[in-house]
Design a protein around this ligand. Structure first.
Ligand SMILES: [Zn+2]
Ligand SMILES: [Zn+2]
Length: 756
């Protein structure tokens, strides 16, 4: 990590403190053995704040209890009405909540406006300051009826282990006996020899021994497993030599081979983190010869010279039957490949189809099959041994990539000290917090500070970078002198636990000298959530690990600002895309690495949490539509089109370098989309520059595999990128292409608006 990234700037611009801090960080992070004492850590982060006692809840309005429910005026927002209709929440219920429910200060709106939070009978209502306009409402009792949403099924079998399973399907039909590869006895011998020298031996050289297993399936009439999930070692190489002496025979049927591959991959999945499937054939499939047409006739088995009608009433009807069988076969093969993607996760499977046969041979199906998966690739090798060697070397290096990817996740150890309690009954608005009730309280000397990356305006550069950013110390909300989070997480993501959290005001001497647990403090400011690593290795990285998330979110936030500006109507609040601000809090805690507890903190989002797309593409497509504006009623945008268009936009805006996805958060008509925890896929940089979820070009390809450009994409002038083969060549980013579009489209549109 670069030195400048570790520098903290004190808000008082005190150069001495900054220098000390840099030194401290260097020692703590780079040389863990040389630990500072707690006193030294405290001194380095500056003096503790003096507490001031402001009761933030004292201004809370009181509603006269004499009002009848029906008398409470309520301007129900159109969307609020629609949402309540969907969930059968009656208008009366909202009025009852205002009258009888528990009232608290809610987090403010995106524009800083004051809001109230009413909770009554398992429903939370957020209203504006007047309590007359409903911003959003949702059930917290889990009985919320969901809208109909089309989802991409998650992987059915978890690749939960280490390393890679490489499954090789090798054609062993009679045609492989042909002696037409210069330098080799037969086609089959050429394949096995290259498999041994350019694949197995290469892998052994690069130390694949313990994290790669290989299965070899021989494809003829049936599929037979010749090597079943064996490590790459000397005996594997001997096995290949033995197998190469077998005599190829009969047909090459694709379907049994694909079925067998799925079977062996499934059996070994718990031990692996990725799978590679190699499909090797010298010709089109022969499965059709044993398939029956709708007339019950094995039509491909009939010698056309002897019976041109093929036992049908006419030649034409026979040909139609042949055609339909071929179509069905193609569909069946592609569906099997698709199924493999469904089972293990579409982005987890590397799939190669290799055509090793005469150039004039029909290999369209091999090409089609490769197109089914985002990491699929088809190669036509001819009958050329040099091409064959290159292909095997390339498979070998793909495998190396998979091994690195697998290792990236497999080396993590889940923490054993925390268990998520989703039914946690902690009142998030409770005013007095006690350590004996399970709150970790840090104030005065135990609180090191609150830090954040400064906001970014839309930058000039077409690629948003956050690596040069420095953390800046920022102030707590009025009256606060520390912060607290609840000991047990109530939610979790892929990598992080989520805790309830708040800034606090603690009295002087809040921690008794005997270290007992009688501390109490008062809640201040916003309702917050804190996030912490789930795995030991990440947890021990402390602040550095959280910075990566904060940077990624900053990149997404900057792109979201640019997106909002370029919307066809940027003044529609409900279309605004905003990533919420992250801050990083530090505390002294003896139970943490280097005595420092660091957590990433965000305001709690009000509303029903939704996910619009995931790491690999589209998740959500509901039927709710945004009403068209009066001057623009040619196309309807659905509420789910906006996040999808934003992901696409981020790709164009960065000239093919970045794509923001995994879009999740809440939506309401006043704030628009409030999102958190994005994934940024980045190409042309070091791997995982934006964290473990950054899949680079593969992630971008996966997104465009499922993305369908909406009318909004078109209105914004985004180039059509589906199918994914239509992506910008990332090696030479087509900055010009986008800039040209940028200048023409957006500038002319801007001028047009000014002329109006
Ligand atoms: Zn027929
Ligand atoms: Zn699009």
């Amino acid at each position: 990590m670069h030195e400048s990234q570790l520098t903290l700037i004190d808000s008082q611009d005190n150069p001495t403190v900054t220098d000390e801090l840099t030194g401290l960080v260097r020692e703590l992070n780079i040389d863990g053995k040389n630990k500072k004492t707690i006193e030294e850590i405290r001194a380095s982060f500056g003096k503790a704040q003096t507490p001031t006692y402001i009761d933030t809840f004292s201004k809370q309005d009181k509603i006269p209890t004499s009002l009848r429910t029906e008398d409470i005026t309520l301007i129900s927002h159109a969307h609020g009405r629609q949402r309540r209709g969907e969930r059968n929440i009656e208008r009366q219920e909202l009025q009852a909540a205002i009258k009888h429910g528990r009232k608290d200060i809610a987090n403010p709106g995106r524009d800083g406006s004051k809001r109230w939070r009413y909770e009554h009978m398992g429903v939370v209502y957020i209203t504006d300051e007047t309590s007359r306009h409903e911003v959003t409402s949702w059930r917290i009792d889990g009985e919320d009826e969901d809208e109909e949403v089309e989802e991409i099924a998650p992987a059915e079998v978890e690749l939960a282990g280490k390393g890679c399973h490489a499954v090789l399907i090798v054609d062993n039909s009679a045609s492989m006996r042909a002696s037409d590869v210069p330098g080799y006895e037969t086609r089959a011998k050429a394949v096995y020899q290259c498999l041994r020298n350019d694949f197995a031996k290469e892998q052994l050289k690069s130390g694949a021994a313990d994290d790669v297993v290989v299965t070899l399936i021989s494809m003829s009439n049936d599929a037979s497993v010749l090597i079943d999930t064996k490590p790459l070692d000397e005996s594997f190489i001997k096995n290949i030599e033995r197998i190469s002496k077998r005599r190829p025979k009969s047909h090459g049927n694709y379907i049994p081979a694909l079925d067998k591959a799925l079977e062996v991959m499934t059996a070994d999945a718990p031990n692996r983190s990725s799978v590679l499937l190699l499909f090797f054939s010298d010709g089109a499939p022969s499965d059709q010869s044993c398939m029956k047409c709708e007339h019950g006739i094995q039509i491909f088995d009939i010698d056309r010279k002897v019976d041109p009608k093929m036992q049908h009433t006419s030649k034409g009807s026979a040909w139609n039957c042949r055609k339909r069988i071929m179509e069905k076969l193609e569909k069946d093969c592609c569906n099997r490949v698709k199924r493999i993607g469904q089972v293990f996760g579409r982005d987890k499977v590397i799939f190669r189809t290799l055509a090793f046969g005469p150039i004039k041979e029909d290999f369209r199906l091999l090409e089609q099959m490769a197109g089914v998966l985002p990491r699929g690739e088809f190669q036509k090798l001819g009958l050329n041994a040099a091409n064959l060697k290159t292909a095997f070397s390339s498979v070998s290096s793909s495998l190396l990539t998979l091994r690195t990817e697998g290792g990236h996740h497999a080396s993590l150890t889940r923490r054993s000290d925390k268990v998520v309690d989703k039914n946690q009954k902690v009142d998030p608005t409770l005013r007095n917090l006690g350590e004996k009730d399970g709150w970790y309280i840090y104030a005065f000397d135990d609180f090191l500070g609150k830090f954040q990356f400064p906001d970014d305006d839309e930058p000039q550069s077409y690629q948003i970078r956050a690596t040069g950013k420095k953390l800046v110390k920022s102030s707590l909300s009025p009256g606060a002198n520390g912060f607290a989070f609840y000991e047990t997480p109530y939610e979790e993501g892929a990598e992080r636990f989520v805790y309830r959290c708040t800034e606090i005001s603690a009295p002087i001497g809040y921690r008794p000298p005997d270290g007992s647990m009688s501390n109490t403090a008062q809640r201040c400011g916003l309702r917050l959530v804190a996030k912490e690593a789930k795995d030991v290795e990440n947890h021990h990285q402390g602040r550095k690990w959280h910075e990566k998330f904060a940077r990624t979110q900053l990149i997404a936030a900057t792109l979201a600002k640019a997106f909002t500006k370029r919307l066809p109507n940027p003044y529609r609040r409900e279309w605004t895309v905003t990533f919420i601000k992250t801050t990083i809090y530090g505390c002294v805690d003896l139970t943490y690495e280097n005595y420092q507890a660091w957590v990433l903190v965000e305001p709690e989002l009000d509303g029903k949490f939704l996910k619009w797309n995931n790491n690999a593409g589209l998740v959500r497509r509901s039927t709710a539509t945004v009403r068209p504006t009066s001057n623009d009623n040619s196309n309807f945008e659905t509420l789910d089109d906006i996040p999808q268009a934003f992901s696409h936009f981020s790709y164009e805006h960065s000239a093919g370098r970045q794509l923001v996805c995994d879009l999740q958060g809440v939506w309401n008509a006043d704030d628009g989309y409030l999102l958190t925890d994005p994934v940024v896929h980045q190409v042309g940089e070091q791997r995982y520059i934006n964290g473990a979820t950054d899949k680079g070009l593969v992630g971008i390809k996966n997104f465009f595999e499922t993305h369908v450009c909406s009318s909004l994409c078109k209105k914004m002038g985004l180039p059509l990128r589906t199918p994914a083969s239509n992506l910008i060549n990332y090696i030479k980013p087509a900055q010009k292409e986008y800039k040209k579009l940028d200048d023409k489209k957006y500038r002319s549109r801007g001028n047009g608006r000014r002329r109006q």
